[in-house]
Write a protein that binds this ligand. Sequence first.
Ligand SMILES: Nc1ncnc2c1ncn2[C@@H]1O[C@H](COP(=O)(O)OP(=O)(O)OP(=O)(O)O)[C@@H](O)[C@H]1O
Length: 123
Amino acid sequence: MNNQKFSIIDRIRSFKYAFNGLKLFFISDHNGRVHLVAAIIAIGLSFYLNISDYEWIAILSVISAVFVAEILNSAIEKLADVVSPEYHPKIKVVKDLAAAAVLVAAFLAVAVGAIVFIPKLFL
Ligand SMILES: Nc1ncnc2c1ncn2[C@@H]1O[C@H](COP(=O)(O)OP(=O)(O)OP(=O)(O)O)[C@@H](O)[C@H]1O
């Protein structure tokens, strides 16, 4: 167990590191920017279509799920590139699994988006 004393300064510093991670994700990660654009479009459409509170919860939840999956995927990829810059079959499995997490979250987001938006747009 860590016996370090609680420090508000250390907590604030942790937030700073986390926000720095977020900045890196949106600035240097191409997928991060693609997801950001998709999220802005979904949120804009949600305002335009005046969706209900529960629909907002669903839309914001799936947007967060995609970001969380993509950020973790990105972190795993970067770690894997340091651990094994050369091809390694186990790194392939690790990276493919991390990518699969993004895919699952993205499928869920598309399904929820379709359920919420299609009836309002076309039916
Ligand atoms: N060192 C490695 N060893 C084995 N397979 C790898 C290695 N690096 C990449 N791969 C394979 O290539 C795929 C793509 O890897 P990469 O790191 O380029 O991810 P990416 O999804 O293209 O990332 P990004 O587009 O964010 O750069 C991985 O899912 C994996 O199958």
